[in-house]
Design a protein around this ligand. Structure first.
Ligand code: 5GP
Length: 120
């Protein structure tokens, strides 16, 4: 099972407006903002607004409209940044072996250069 949600995590603080972020998109279900330490010319984080640690609790507990909203937000950001044609990469680090550092579900969107082949 997923660990309990820690409402003190950094992305929860960003969602509450307690710390600033460089926002690129927001709707009822999701927030997207630039990563503070970009690993590519475009490095955006997309997070659901609900309190979910990782894929496990999100997929099992989130209402379908929140799941759909999150998925659509990722697609919207990619489209609005003109990334559909050149292409981009989505990545989710999940749990300890996944290297997840912030315990609020997030998807990394990388783009802006050829990203190379990366599996595992
Ligand atoms: P993870 O390893 O959990 O998948 O990635 C967390 C990401 O959050 C990292 O890429 C890190 O640079 C980013 N990050 C950590 N703290 C902050 C912050 O306060 N603001 C922003 N915009 N990004 C952050």
């Amino acid at each position: 099972a997923t660990q309990p949600y820690d409402s003190g995590n950094i992305f929860a603080k960003i969602l509450r407006g307690e710390i600033p972020s460089n926002k690129v998109y927001e709707d009822d279900f999701a927030l997207a903002f630039h990563d503070i330490a970009p690993q590519a010319p475009v490095h955006i984080l997309v997070i659901p607004k609900g309190a979910y640690v990782a894929w496990d609790d999100f997929s099992a507990r989130a209402p379908a409209e929140e799941i759909a909203g999150f998925v659509r937000a990722v697609g919207h950001v990619a489209r609005e940044h003109g990334l559909v044609e050149p292409g981009y990469r989505l990545l989710a680090n999940l749990g300890g072996d996944g290297g997840q550092e912030v315990p609020h579900l997030h998807v990394h969107l990388f783009a802006g250069r050829p990203l190379g082949r990366m599996i595992g």
